[in-house]
Design a protein around this ligand. Structure first.
Ligand code: PEP
Length: 249
């Protein structure tokens, strides 16, 4: 039985006021116990979010980390630092980082390993561009990204990873993958995993991201291989995010 995970990625959005609004809304919210919920605010808000969410069940996540523990890396943040602020989850390989900051598959692997070594729970983001989809290369691209990141890991490390399938053409565009499109790719990821470790393939959480919102979440989350959502834009609206959490029940 896989516990559904709903993760809210604020990206470079939000404010102290939004952190407070979340704290209040989630303190009163009757969240389903069967769903794990995590919010990923920008670094400067992590400590305020930790305090605003204290005592509740919502967990804290970060949006990236540097592969090193410490050193001359101006502007960067390490996994060890995130742990000090009770961060549990961290995104790695988000398509915005792959595209805008040129993070290669090797860079993504280094961050994934750093997250595991810092005792964080990585959410590995994978997904194809529209060009790759139109060229019929979706499966190749996604499985290459998954394989590059997971194949070198020990089984116990792999068991700590959640995979977010996020078609690049669906992120922030309002164009959601159909439940069937998402299910097809996510079933392929699970089948690929089964080649390494059939038991892990069954227990590994696979979540969908790409314009998930309060209106389309239930249909996506009803698919057999979709165990939750990575939510960008809709995670900035408290009511919408709460509605998505309830859809995962
Ligand atoms: C994301 O940031 O991972 C994401 C899926 O964004 P959006 O929901 O806005 O498409």
């Amino acid at each position: 039985m896989r516990t559904p995970l709903i993760a809210g990625n604020w990206k470079m959005n939000g404010s102290s006021a939004l952190v407070d609004a979340f704290g209040q809304a989630f303190a009163d919210a009757d969240l389903p116990e069967s769903v794990e919920v995590v919010v990923h605010p920008p670094f400067p808000y992590l400590d305020a979010a930790r305090r605003a969410l204290a005592g509740g069940s919502v967990k804290l996540g970060a949006q990236t980390l540097n592969p090193l523990h410490a050193g001359a890396r101006t502007g960067e943040v390490s996994g060890r630092m995130l742990k000090e602020f009770d961060v549990e989850y961290v995104l790695v390989g988000h398509s915005e980082r792959r595209e805008l900051y040129r993070e290669s598959d090797d860079d993504v692997y280094d961050r994934l390993l750093a997250a595991l070594n810092a005792d964080l729970r990585p959410i590995l983001c994978v997904g194809e561009t529209l060009e790759a989809r139109d060229a019929g290369r979706t499966r190749d691209v996604v499985l290459r990204q998954v394989g590059h990141a997971l194949a070198p890991l020990e089984p116990a490390q792999r068991a700590r990873v959640t995979i977010a399938y996020e078609p690049v053409w669906a992120i922030g565009t309002g164009r959601t993958a159909t439940p069937e499109q998402a299910q097809e790719v996510m079933a392929a990821i699970r089948e690929y995993q089964a080649g390494f470790d059939p038991a892990l393939a069954q227990s590994m959480r696979l979540i969908y991201g790409g314009s998930m919102n309060a209106a389309n979440a239930a249909e996506l989350l009803a698919q057999p291989d979709i165990d939750g959502g990575l939510v960008g834009g809709a995670s900035l609206k408290v009511d919408d995010f709460l509605a998505i959490c309830h859809s995962a029940r």
